[in-house]
Design a protein around this ligand. Structure first.
Ligand SMILES: *Cc1c(COP(=O)(O)O)cnc(C)c1O
Length: 394
């Protein structure tokens, strides 16, 4: 997954151009920036590649989620459906919007299923925070249909799936609004950064205004601008955007390497009947940043992960057991612990998050582990993994 593995002089040249000719602020200062507009440049490259009308850069994937919710009109008291296998930001952004996270079941795509979504809908449901985990999403035709049927906003968190496609359309562009993360370990890295993606000009206008104190961004005099709405500061800096400009030009190369490396592992593993691969509805569109395997039992999954460790294979993740991506292990979220009183505490009939049950997701995730697919692997690195697999699964 990590684009940082391909950092070279291209990223440095881009950053230097900002420091030498441009300016650090993404708006205004037209007279002193010599036509250097890195944020605009990256936004327009993203739009061209993924064929979306608007891309708006922000400071992170997390602030992209907060911006996307606000821009799509999701706020206080709204219920938002979210998977238990995700990143904490998915829940944080909902709670900080004053909305109510509702956990629903995933399937063997490792993402929310249409049935899981439908079972979690109540009269207060307004949106689905659809998280494309570990490089790919789920059965999006069915997901889109259920959202449409119930008039829900489909927000796609494509933070881990930059460049992935479903039947020719890019993940992040299938719903009303989508997000990317460009943090230090994502497919494309800005150091820190994120993007809001949408074909809806109203959502786009809300997004760029909300992420910059409500500024309308009309004209070249910031002091003369009006503020149609209130917002905050989730701006990206030009240095971060500059890193992203160099990285985005490497996206095709990154995807090609990941897909080739993942295929080498997967082709070899197909001979072992014990292994079930994560369901990938449109394999050609897989971002391929992770290989995820589903074992027959929790015990076997734990055992295989342990053996891979003993064989010296790094970056193998048993999500069900670590504190990274699974709700079961997030005590602070089950207890809705903030440093101060949260909006959700004002909602008397809010769910008791210590009692959330997702047995189907538990069953799948207790048997699943993922291996990070790296860009820097040599043939020997791949062979080392195949040898370890052969020893464990023979
Ligand atoms: C990384 C990530 C985020 C948050 O992105 P940041 O840029 O680190 O804030 C959100 N959702 C998912 C699924 C992620 O993997």
């Amino acid at each position: 997954m990590p684009g940082f593995e391909l950092f070279d002089e291209q990223e440095r040249l881009q950053v230097n151009e900002v420091m030498e000719k441009g300016f650090t602020f993404r708006y205004n200062f037209d007279g002193m920036r010599n036509g250097v507009w890195k944020s605009r440049e990256l936004e327009s490259m993203i739009c061209d590649t993924i064929k979306v009308k608007h891309a708006h850069l922000v400071s992170s994937g997390t602030t992209a989620l907060s911006t996307a919710f606000a821009a799509a009109g999701i706020g206080a008291g709204d219920e938002v459906i979210v998977p238990p296998f995700t990143f904490v930001a998915s829940v944080e952004a909902i709670v900080l919007a004053g909305a109510i996270p509702i956990f629903a079941e995933i399937d063997e795509t490792l993402c929310l299923s249409a049935e899981g979504i439908e079972a979690a809908i109540t009269p207060r449901t307004r949106a689905v925070n659809y998280v494309h985990m570990c490089g790919y999403g789920g059965h999006m035709d069915a997901v889109r249909a259920v959202c449409k049927k119930h008039n829900l906003v489909l927000l796609e968190d494509a933070c881990q799936a930059t460049g992935a496609t479903y039947k020719g359309e890019y993940l992040g562009t299938l719903g009303q609004v989508g997000t990317f993360s460009f943090d230090s370990v994502k497919t494309i890295s800005c150091g820190e950064g994120g993007a809001v993606l949408t074909n809806d000009t109203n959502i786009y206008n809300n997004a760029h205004q909300y992420s910059d104190h409500g500024h309308d961004h009309i004209g070249s005099d910031r002091g003369a601008e009006t503020h149609p709405i209130m917002g905050s500061n989730y701006r990206i800096s030009e240095m971060n955007a500059a890193v992203g400009v160099a990285q985005w030009k490497k996206l095709d190369r990154i995807l090609e390497i990941q897909r080739r490396n993942k295929k080498a592992l997967k082709d070899f593993l197909k001979q072992f009947s014990e292994i079930k691969f994560r369901d990938i509805p449109d394999e050609a569109g897989d971002n391929a940043s992770f290989l995820s395997l589903i074992m027959p039992s929790e015990e076997r999954a734990r055992d295989v992960v342990k053996q891979l460790g003993a064989e010296g294979i790094p970056a193998v993740f048993y999500w069900y057991g670590n504190n990274w991506h699974y709700f079961k292990n997030w005590k602070h979220i089950q207890e809705m612990k903030g440093p101060a009183k949260l909006p959700i505490e004002l909602i008397a009939d809010r769910p008791d998050y210590t009692q959330v049950k997702t047995p189907k997701s538990d069953d799948i995730m207790s048997r699943t582990f993922s291996m990070l697919v790296q860009l820097s692997w040599t043939d020997a690195d791949i062979q080392k993994r195949l040898d370890a697999f052969a020893k464990i699964f023979k």
